[in-house]
Design a protein around this ligand. Structure first.
Ligand SMILES: Cc1ncc(COP(=O)(O)O)c(C=O)c1O
Length: 454
């Protein structure tokens, strides 16, 4: 659908106030009522502005700008509100609609699953490395951007993952891009889960390989999608799905891939350093590490840093070193980050109790939410969706939660399917039982007020 100028004008005349006056204090209060929120949100979303009319690529900017002027106070302001504290268990944010500071919210929004971004030893290691090496790597990893600590990190990680070799990328996003597009070519086939992360999808697009999507976690459908294709085949799945928190049906998927002679890659962005006896991920959890050809992970979640990696056999890493363009043509990770990551992996290895604490917290939170009648979908992990399934009300409910004292993220189409709106929360090892109980009580109260508890 191409929004016309007239349509955009219709939107700007709807009665959404632009000038919400900041309240005098930082205190929490009931949310402002945005009139005509429904009209603003239900008619359009980002997907309406993908294609624009006209011959100038900039033709789309004005209609988008006009729509966003209304959509922002109606709910989109909830994205990217600046935090004024570390992503610990309590945070302060600036509410973008009113410019008010909201203090001491229970943070259920960050990926800091093991609390490592706030660990003193990690911070000290990063500080020391910045003092020694400076702030940036100042070069591509294949040129001058590899320091001794980059090599140490790659070796340490390969040992941790129990793989021959590992390759470090600037981000998890670029690791998926580089690995998939580095290996697959036009005429090959990549099959992935319908809920695959954008970085997997973008990697496939960049590779120019043919793509087929199989129904979420359904091995029989994967089987169908792999039939009737004679060439090179790669299957890409996630260990823990990032919007639902459920686990890959790995045993069944491995069996199907084996039968079709397809290579298997697993994105363990939300599961490396957490799942399995040694924290190696969902592949370890299922005892199927050797049945997977490409192991992917990120440093941005459980380790609280930034960067991504793939791990596997030496020949694959050597090839990707030359052909993963998102790594070749991008700068190496900053030395402070690298030193922090080395320390973070050491902590993961030395303190299995961190994982135990996380799973205890996940169990407590899921139990309390279910007991309160909250629909948490099929979550089996620290990623817990609070299913709202109402695209019209999702932002208003998220706003109410934040004002009531819990920081979390709304997720709406096109990030998930239509009528699949949800609030996504993440539990960490650092949360205290009291914080989790308080958080669940607030969530349940807001849902009850909105008639959304079962
Ligand atoms: C499943 C999955 N893969 C890859 C990524 C990209 O990782 P990063 O944010 O470290 O670039 C994400 C990020 O959210 C993710 O959820």
């Amino acid at each position: 659908m191409k929004p016309s100028r007239q349509q955009a004008e219709k939107l700007t005349t709807s009665e959404v106030p632009h000038d919400v006056t900041p309240a005098a204090s930082d205190a929490r209060s009931e949310p402002e009522v945005v009139r005509d929120r429904q009209a603003t949100l239900s008619e359009y979303d980002y997907s309406n502005f993908f294609y624009g009319a006209g011959d100038d690529p900039f033709d789309i900017l004005e209609p988008f700008h006009d729509w966003f002027a209304n959509a922002k106070p109606a709910g989109y302001y909830l994205f990217g509100q600046p935090m004024h504290t570390a992503p610990g268990t309590r945070v302060s944010i600036v509410e973008k609609k009113t410019n008010r500071k909201l203090k001491d919210l229970i943070n259920l929004a960050s990926y800091n699953y093991l609390g490592l971004s706030c660990r003193q030893e990690v911070i000290e290691a990063a500080r020391e490395a910045i003092g020694r090496y400076g702030t940036g790597a100042a070069g591509s990893p294949i040129l001058s951007g590899t320091f001794d600590i980059h090599e140490e990190l790659a070796e340490k990680l390969a040992r941790f993952k129990n793989k021959e070799s590992a390759l470090i990328f600037p981000t998890g996003y670029s690791a998926n891009l580089g690995a998939i597009a580095g290996l697959m070519r036009s005429g090959d086939l990549v099959v992935t889960d319908q809920y695959a992360h954008a970085s997997i999808v973008d990697g496939i697009i960049l590779s120019k390989a043919r793509v087929r999507y199989f129904r979420h976690n359904r091995a029989p459908d994967l089987d169908r999608k792999l039939r009737d294709f004679a060439g090179k085949k790669l299957v890409v799945i996630e260990g823990v799905y990032s919007m639902d928190g459920d686990l890959a049906a790995l045993p069944e998927i491995v069996e199907v891939c084996r039968r079709h002679g397809a290579r298997l890659m697993i994105d363990e962005a939300h599961s490396t350093f957490l799942f399995g006896t040694n924290g190696r991920g969902v592949a370890e959890h299922f005892g199927l590490e050797d049945d997977i050809d490409i192991h992917f992970g990120t440093f941005s979640k459980s380790l609280g840093g930034i960067g991504g990696f793939v791990a596997g056999n030496k020949a694959l890493m050597l090839y990707l070193k030359g052909f993963a363009r998102s790594r070749v043509f991008s700068c190496g990770l900053p030395p402070g980050v690298v030193a922090g990551l080395i320390k973070a992996i050491e902590i993961v290895e030395a303190e299995p109790e961190l994982r135990a604490r996380l799973w205890e917290n996940v169990g407590t939170t899921q139990h309390l939410l279910r007991k309160a009648g909250v629909d948490i979908g099929a979550s089996e992990s620290q990623v817990i969706p609070i299913m709202i399934r109402d695209d019209e009300r999702i932002f208003a409910i998220a706003e109410e939660m934040i004002h009531a004292g819990v920081y979390l993220n709304p997720v709406r189409y096109p990030a998930v399917g239509k009528h699949q709106s949800r609030l996504r929360i993440s539990v960490t090892a650092s949360h205290t039982e009291e914080e989790l109980k308080e958080g669940v009580t607030i969530i349940a109260k807001v849902l009850e007020r909105n008639g959304l508890c079962r």
